[in-house]
Design a protein around this ligand. Structure first.
Ligand SMILES: Cc1cc2nc3c(=O)[nH]c(=O)nc-3n(C[C@H](O)[C@H](O)[C@H](O)COP(=O)(O)OP(=O)(O)OC[C@H]3O[C@@H](n4cnc5c(N)ncnc54)[C@H](O)[C@@H]3O)c2cc1C
Length: 406
């Protein structure tokens, strides 16, 4: 037998899973409803993703080496990456997603331009799943209804995942992110050439941060907030536009977009022979709202587990086999999620804690630790003396602004 795996969605998650499966000789079907999809996204990726996912240099539009953290009272802290080999990559999602998808197809994944509408779950443990989809390969939006049978299904269909609904994976809390793409006059674009800005404050978000990120030929200006505050999102966007107004003079809005960002994993990420990866599973990290790398990584780990437990596609893996991917994921990244969740709870609470947060970011040791963990996804423990210094500074910053008051 040859194992058949259907991957629904070809964002960073779906294509990364399909690549691993196709390389192993597994019959892989990769569904994408919109081949030119430009996912609403800041497009920032860590340096380690470039090498780990073998991304060619042209995928990166801009290499950010300067970060500005801006406190509620507009105190600015500059964080610079002095090593020219280090940068935060800024990419256009349509370019990144297109590259990963085409690579998976070249390696043998069957790319289907189709929208999956329904997943029939078999009553028997070994019977295949049936996917119902509209095939758009004739160029029509409505498409032609077709079905496909698969032994294993990977749900990589993002935050509004139909596959998650089909397997009753349960809901997650989410944030809503709003973003305007603004084309600036030349001088404005030059300022943001290799610079990204993060703004904190109640006026721009009660529980997250707002940003100005440089993109290919424009800047992305946006903010996010938890679902409970979603009716305030336009006021918060007005907040970040006001804070950055002097740098956005003469800007022309070329696109307005919004999308949910999962806040934590779904109650069930595997059911039967269906596994969820990326945003469908809820792999975005708190504090930073970073999801591209974790989507691609979770999907790769899931696919590798399928290759291993099916003996390169010679047997059908069962639920227990797929659960192994979740165990491995939680073991590798569980602590990262916990720490970033804690940071968000402590520092994005009030304007006083946000002032403390920005003050803390002026410390060189804190900057190095933060950059290392973001760029390389490795938490390298600082030496005990530095650790003590950082802890003392953190407490000092919090106490100074009376930020620890209830
Ligand atoms: C405004 C905003 C800014 C962000 N900025 C950043 C950032 O700077 N850096 C970062 O790391 N993360 C950022 N994120 C998070 C990041 O965008 C996501 O975590 C990431 O896209 C998740 O990838 P994914 O492959 O899991 O899902 P997605 O990228 O959502 O991909 C899902 C794919 O599935 C397809 N699809 C969906 N349903 C179906 C279906 N039924 N049939 C067929 N195909 C289907 C979609 O068309 C899409 O191509 C941001 C998010 C938002 C909303």
């Amino acid at each position: 037998m040859v194992l058949r795996v259907a991957v629904v969605g070809s964002g960073p998650a779906g294509s990364s899973a399909a690549e691993v499966l196709a390389k192993a000789g597994i019959e892989t079907y990769l569904f994408e409803r919109k081949l030119d999809n430009a996912k609403p996204c800041g497009g920032a990726i860590p340096l380690c993703m470039v090498s780990e996912f073998d991304l060619p240099p042209e995928i990166i539009d801009r290499r950010v080496r300067k970060m500005k953290m801006i406190s509620p009272s507009n105190i600015e802290v500059d964080i610079n990456l002095d090593n020219q080999d280090e940068y935060i990559g800024m990419c256009r999602r349509e370019v990144l997603d297109g590259f990963l998808r085409d690579r998976a197809a070249k390696l043998g994944a069957h790319l289907i331009n189709g929208t999956v509408y329904q997943l029939d779950i078999p009553t028997n443990n070994t019977d295949p799943y049936t996917l119902h989809y509209a095939d758009h390969s004739n160029g029509e939006r409505q498409g032609i209804m077709k079905t496909l049978k698969a032994d294993v299904v990977i749900g990589a269909d993002g935050a509004n995942s139909r596959i998650a609904k089909a397997i009753e994976a349960g809901d997650y809390n989410y944030a809503i992110a709003f973003q305007e793409r603004i084309r600036l006059p030349e001088a404005g674009m030059q300022y943001y050439e290799d610079m990204a800005e993060m703004y904190v404050g109640n006026d721009v978000s009660p529980d997250f941060y707002a940003w100005v990120f440089p993109k290919y030929d424009h800047v992305a200006v946006g903010t996010g907030t938890m679902k409970v505050n979603k009716t305030k999102i336009k006021n918060l966007q007005a907040g970040i536009r006001a804070r950055a107004a002097h740098k956005l003079v003469g800007g022309e809005i070329i696109k307005v977009e919004a999308h949910p960002i999962p806040e934590h994993p779904r109650p069930h990420r595997v059911r039967g022979r269906v596994a969820l990866v990326g945003d469908a599973a809820g792999t975005v990290t708190k504090s930073s709202g970073e999801g591209i790398y974790f989507a691609a990584k979770s999907a790769r780990m899931c696919a590798e587990t399928i290759v291993e437990t099916s003996n390169c596609g010679q047997t059908i893996p069962n639920e227990q086999d797929l659960q192994l991917y979740i165990k491995r994921w939680d073991k590798k990244y569980g602590m990262t999620y916990l720490v970033l969740d804690l940071l968000q709870r402590v520092f994005y609470r009030t304007d006083a804690t946000r002032e403390a947060f920005v003050e803390m970011c002026s410390d060189k040791d804190v900057q190095r630790l933060t950059f290392d963990s973001y760029l390389y996804k490795t938490v390298v423990p600082a030496n005990p003396l530095t650790q003590m210094k950082i802890t003392a500074k953190t407490i000092g910053s919090l106490l100074r602004g009376n930020a620890l008051a209830p």
